[in-house]
Design a protein around this ligand. Structure first.
Ligand SMILES: Nc1ncnc2c1ncn2[C@@H]1O[C@H](COP(=O)(O)OP(=O)(O)OP(=O)(O)O)[C@@H](O)[C@H]1O
Ligand SMILES: [Mg+2]
Length: 174
């Protein structure tokens, strides 16, 4: 299938500590997105799930060029997205959008339930496509498992994915 979006070794490091309030500290670097690779084919809905702080929003913002990656490759319809500037970047952004999980839709401690369809990176797809065709399970800046939604939800390969799903009994009915 034709790749719409290709992501290669994408990386983002933040400075932790330091800054204006403690200038004497040089602020240790902290890697929020640690070498992510995936591609999304035309017509797919790719969802990224994972616990709070694993890097989902940082990843999504980089895809939209809202924050600059520290390294890696980003191609949209074959074009080098990281090389776009000005008007061309604005035009490319018009073709992209993110769907964020509504935090109020999953009000209790089972909030991770919602994350199964949370923050799908629906790029060039109708916003109504809330059901993922593929799912990536993210932890500490990396993808632990990527697969067809059906497989990840019902036959997870990774222990952490199983752990995440075990907190979500409803998933067996999905
Ligand atoms: N601007 C920033 N400066 C420093 N650290 C940041 C910044 N933005 C995010 N982080 C850190 O990067 C990590 C990933 O954050 P991110 O917001 O991408 O996670 P997330 O998976 O979207 O979490 P959540 O599910 O809570 O929305 C976290 O440890 C967060 O504290
Ligand atoms: Mg987030």
């Amino acid at each position: 299938m034709e790749a719409l979006l290709t992501v290669g070794e994408l990386r983002k490091t933040y400075r932790r500590g330091g800054g204006v309030f403690s200038p004497e500290s040089d602020g240790a670097r902290f890697t929020a997105v640690d070498g992510i690779n995936f591609s999304v084919a035309r017509g797919e809905t790719f969802a990224v799930v994972g616990e709070s702080g694993c890097g989902k929003t940082t990843l999504a913002r980089m895809l939209l060029r809202l924050i600059e990656p520290d390294g890696g490759e980003l191609r949209f319809e074959g074009r080098d997205l990281l090389a776009l500037r000005g008007e061309k970047l604005r035009a490319a952004r018009c073709q992209m959008q993110m769907i964020f999980q509504d935090p109020f839709a999953s009000p209790n401690s089972r909030m991770r339930v919602g994350e199964i369809v949370a923050e799908p990176l629906a790029i060039h797809l109708p916003v109504v496509a809330q059901v993922a065709t593929r799912i990536a399970v993210m932890r500490a800046g990396r993808f632990l498992e990527v697969g067809d939604a059906e497989q990840v939800l019902h036959q997870p390969k990774n222990d952490y994915t199983r752990e995440l799903l075990s907190a979500v009994p409803e998933i067996s009915r999905v």
